[in-house]
Design a protein around this ligand. Structure first.
Ligand SMILES: O=C(CO)[C@H](O)COP(=O)(O)O
Length: 260
């Protein structure tokens, strides 16, 4: 097998799996060895973060949290600080997922604060950006994504940008009612995102920021995204919740990939 680039393949468990089920899934995942060049990751609910991170600590699977606050501590009932996320053993923190923007009033401003906080605490932010169906229909996808990206990265040092992950997740593609974006659309959008990154950071650094696609990714379509230029991985929801299915999805991407 020949790999051309590091491929990030992750799943977001969202609000699924209580501590017992999460632990069982982590035990199942810990002996998984991904193909060369692949970095698998799982994004875990807070109630299981520490336990799952403990089990997967010595494995090939990277663990992340689904959200965090930007402040170090204080009167923020119900919130989790960057330090708490770090202490639980997470390496990645998901920031700006569309479900948080949509249902929990997350804004470009809060996303920006969280991005800077994650970098300060040595966490790898996985920034999610994506246009709504209305924005897509009005033809403002590129403008929407450029705005989200520029505001999110505003307070991140340019030289640190290769340490982040960016996932393009069109809101209309996500979840049971979603429709997977076609590969031409993803290739075009990701080329535009790369252009914005190059504008922000220069071509040498911009080229090193991993860009993932997410939204109704399945075992059958995952490879078609990873084959596109400027697509450095996929971010999976439902298709990754079952551990054997997640492993199969990863294995199929690599097995079926044409040699470089
Ligand atoms: O979080 C997600 C993983 O990318 C995203 O919401 C996609 O979910 P899916 O449509 O169930 O794959």
């Amino acid at each position: 097998m020949v790999t051309r680039k590091t491929v990030w393949i992750g799943t977001n468990w969202k609000m699924n799996k209580g501590p017992a089920e999460a632990l069982a899934a982590a035990e199942a995942l810990k002996s998984y060895h991904p193909p060369e060049g692949v970095k698998p990751f799982v994004i875990i609910p807070f109630t299981s973060l520490q336990a799952v991170a403990g089990v997967l600590k010595t494995s090939d699977v990277v663990v992340g949290a689904q959200n965090m606050h930007w402040e170090e501590s204080g009167s923020w009932t119900g919130e989790i600080s960057p330090e708490m996320v770090k202490e639980c053993g997470a390496d990645i923190v998901l920031i700006g997922h569309s479900e948080r923007r949509q249902h929990f009033a997350e804004t470009d401003w809060t996303v920006s604060r969280k991005m800077a906080a994650a970098m300060r605490h040595g966490l790898r932010p996985l920034l999610c950006i994506g246009e709504s169906l209305e924005e897509y229909d009005y033809g403002v996808t590129d403008e929407t994504l450029a705005r989200q990206l520029k505001i999110a990265l505003h307070d991140v040092a340019v030289e640190d940008l290769p340490d982040i992950l960016v996932a393009y997740e069109p809101v209309w593609a996500i979840g049971a009612g979603g429709r997977a974006a076609d590969t031409d659309c993803v290739a075009r959008v990701h080329t535009g995102l790369r252009r914005v990154l190059n504008e922000i950071a220069g071509a040498e650094i911009g080229a090193r920021v991993p860009l993932l696609y997410g939204g109704s990714v399945t075992q059958d379509n995952a490879r078609s995204y990873v084959e596109q230029p400027n697509v450095d991985g996929v971010f999976v929801g439902r298709a990754g919740w079952n551990v054997p299915d997640f492993e199969k999805l990863i294995d199929r991407i690599i097995e079926e990939r044409a040699p470089a």
